[in-house]
Design a binder for this molecule. Structure first.
Ligand code: NAD
Length: 331
């Protein structure tokens, strides 16, 4: 919030929460003039843009309401519970002529942006293979929040809520996915009806192949690695260890060899994970504000955000049916 309030010319005018007292407490803590118990009231108070930080199930309604009011909208990940909702949100934003961005702040880590830059300037060729290895720790307290661990409210588990960030990075590097085969299971968290363990094989339109292994069952968590390699064997990766702290991992581009493994063997509290990520949230919010001012697309649009959701949804469909899922060609 401090970073948002520090952007020149930006005034955080109001906050809303379905629990009005929470909105009021937040407003008081951050010097925000108005607090509402309903998003519709906030949208009617004359704001230019809103950022949506509600649980996933409320994203669609909030973005459609912002579009009806002609208010630009930056929405938390995952963009929606499913791809159909995301397409309705994109269509509403297009029809209203508003800017619609989705938070994937890990793209703003220097270590993650560095891989995209190496692909853009040819130091890395088109990836032929890649992967995500996500070994996370989420305990019973985490899943005690009623909307977490519920398929209806969360749409899924570790893939849609945690690892969608890293699937977003993977497809940012590797291009559109074409076929997905997946398996999901709930193995160590009794009482949740979403996956705490998942594995997937992704084939990309380029012919490249990647694997995803993800779980929230590790004690302690062992962080996350995302990596890609080109046809000449050059490999680049970004790792997050402890969770929330991103750094350059394997990097075998000639002249830039580097390895900076920093295993600490301990989990950070969720609040500390978020503190580490906050500066990169701030950079994405700054980009969104600039996009509105410059009348251009934000760094991550609703259309960009739907790609990782398509992959996650395809893993779920494959896990249900046992079949490989063919994704639509990018429109
Ligand atoms: N980008 C990231 O790294 C990151 C990190 C954490 C959470 N998130 C995302 O942020 C969203 C919220 O997650 P959280 O962990 O902060 O949830 P939370 O449960 O801690 O907080 C959600 C808040 O939204 C309020 N709320 C619920 N429905 C509402 C509605 N219809 N209108 C207004 N307020 C409503 C709740 O009262 C609550 O105060 C999720 O979509 C999550 O994926 C993203």
């Amino acid at each position: 919030m401090a970073a948002l309030q520090a952007i020149p010319g930006v005034e955080v005018a109001a906050v809303a929460d379905a629990v009005r007292e929470r909105a009021q407490a937040f407003a008081t803590a951050h010097g925000i003039a108005r607090a509402f118990g309903d998003g519709a009231e906030l949208l009617s108070c004359g704001v230019d843009a809103v950022t949506i930080c509600t649980p996933h199930a409320a994203h669609e309604g909030a973005v459609l309401a912002a579009a009806r009011h002609g208010v630009h909208v930056l929405c938390e990940k995952p963009v929606a519970l499913d791809v159909a909702q995301a397409h309705r949100m994109i269509a509403a934003a297009d029809a209203a002529g508003i800017r619609f961005g989705v938070i994937f702040q890990r793209r703003f880590w220097p270590a993650a942006a560095r891989i995209r830059a190496a692909l853009d300037d040819g130091r890395l060729g088109a990836p032929i293979c890649g992967g995500v290895l996500a070994r996370l720790n989420r305990d019973a307290d985490y899943y005690a929040e009623p909307w977490r661990g519920s398929r209806d409210a969360e749409g899924g588990g570790v893939l849609i809520t945690q690892v969608i960030h890293h699937i977003d990075l993977l497809q940012w590097y590797m291009g559109p996915a074409r076929r997905v085969t997946g398996h999901c299971a709930t193995l160590a968290h009794p009482g949740i009806d979403v996956e705490d363990t998942a594995g997937a094989l992704i084939e990309f339109g380029s012919g490249a192949v990647a694997t995803v292994q993800a779980g929230t069952t590790f004690r302690p968590g062992l962080g996350i690695q995302v990596w890609v390699a080109d046809a000449r064997g050059r490999t680049a990766g970004v790792a997050e260890l402890p969770e929330g702290v991103g750094f350059t991992d394997v990097w075998t581009v000639t002249g830039e060899e580097e390895f900076t493994g920093r295993y600490r063997g301990a989990d950070l509290p969720l609040a500390a994970i978020h503190d580490h990520l906050a500066p990169f949230h701030a950079r994405q919010i700054e980009d969104f504000v600039a996009a509105v001012r410059e009348d251009r697309d934000p760094a991550v649009t609703g259309r960009d955000a739907v790609r990782s959701l398509e992959i996650v949804e395809a893993v779920y469909a494959s896990a249900r049916t046992g079949a490989t899922v063919l994704l639509p060609a990018p429109g």
